[in-house]
Design a protein around this ligand. Structure first.
Ligand SMILES: [Fe+2]
Length: 357
């Protein structure tokens, strides 16, 4: 059996004290509950109508650029400018349906472990990767499909100015209807740091002159929209142009209203949100009646490495194109014997590490 190596960065830090989390309660009803009926477990949806009306009126980045997959240079330039770009036709309808079905299965399996919808990123909010035993979801063929898409590969190649970038895996996240809280603004990668007895992150300048935030983009996340991003269903909020910022992240209580409303909506299902994970971003309330899932694939620049767990079974690797196999060489397992499934505690963030979220 191949053992997964530890996951780098924030995720490892969040997982390191999992034992501090309370035991979750199983939900025997989850398997027979329709996907969009899995939410609204600790709040009354009717009480949020004023906020729904407010968000419907004000939520969303004004003049949000939506790019076609054929507009490769424009996509690259918007990514460089803003730290993210939305490409609208990333998935065919068949690919979208296949990935939706895979998300539906995974979400039901996760819900079966969490009756109270405590979540692993706050109430009703979940990271697929953190919940997964491998730290990723690439053992599911629908996720592995995302490693080399004809609509996305040329844009990644343009962003890195090279086809020799590196797949590190992928998971993504989802929020159920009834995720009523904002997630604090954060970023997904940081310089090397010590936390307790462990060290997290890889990049470190002993002279103190250069940080990860001063570099060209080292890491790209491609989040695929399973439903339309709307004003009220928990669209990701992205603060444009923050990928190189050294300004301290605001706490929720200090965050200006314009940032809370700086969300990537409206945007259609089947789009991909291509993000520089150094850019400030966060989850927003899902006050709708549908699950908002954004499974992802993640890539490192050709010149960047952090510890990468083996998370792609050999048989799925062998179904990839030559390019897909080349970029996946660091994550492919020797065989198909990866230990997969979801962690009993879903990789919940303990209170002691919430400062980093
Ligand atoms: Fe994040």
């Amino acid at each position: 059996m191949v053992r997964a190596r530890k996951k780098p960065g924030c995720e490892l830090m969040k997982q390191s004290n999992r034992s501090a989390a309370k035991t979750l309660e199983a939900d025997a009803q989850a398997a027979t509950t329709a996907l969009n009926d899995l939410g609204w477990r600790d709040a009354d949806a009717r009480l949020y109508q004023d906020q729904r009306d407010y968000l419907s009126k004000h939520n969303g980045i004004r003049g949000l650029d939506l790019v076609a997959s054929t507009e490769i240079e424009r996509a690259r330039d918007l990514f460089y400018r803003d730290g993210f770009v939305v490409v609208v036709d990333a998935l065919t309808s068949q690919q979208l349906e296949r990935l939706r079905a895979a998300c539906d299965r995974a979400i039901h399996n996760i819900m079966a472990l969490d009756k109270q919808r405590i979540g692993n990123r706050g109430s009703h909010r979940y990271s697929f990767g953190a919940a997964s035993k491998t730290g990723h979801m690439m053992h599911d063929s629908a996720w592995a499909m995302l490693l080399d898409l004809p609509t996305v590969t040329p844009i990644l190649t343009a962003i890195f100015d090279s086809a020799n970038y590196i797949a590190r895996g992928g998971g993504g996240d989802f929020c159920l209807p009834g995720a009523t809280k904002y997630q604090r603004l954060h970023y997904d990668i940081h310089d090397r740091m010590a936390f307790g007895n462990e060290t997290f992150g890889a990049f470190h300048d002993p002279s103190g002159r250069i940080s990860l935030r001063d570099l060209p983009c080292p890491y790209v996340c491609c989040n695929f929209l399973m439903v339309d991003f709307t004003a009220i269903n928990g669209p990701t909020r992205q603060i444009p142009g923050t990928q190189n910022s050294h300004t301290p992240l605001p706490r929720l209580a200090d965050e200006p209203e314009w940032m809370k409303l700086s969300t990537v909506c409206p945007a259609p299902a089947g789009s991909v949100l291509i993000r520089d994970p150094r850019a400030w971003h966060g989850g927003t309330p899902n006050l709708s009646n549908e699950v908002r899932a954004i499974p992802n694939a993640e890539f490192y620049a050709p010149w960047f490495r952090q510890d990468m767990p083996l998370n792609l079974p050999r048989s799925l690797f062998e179904q990839l194109s030559a390019h897909g196999q080349s970029i996946s060489r660091y994550i492919v397992a020797d065989d198909d014997a990866l230990s997969t499934g979801f962690r009993d505690d879903l990789g919940r963030i303990p209170a002691t590490t919430k400062a980093f979220e």
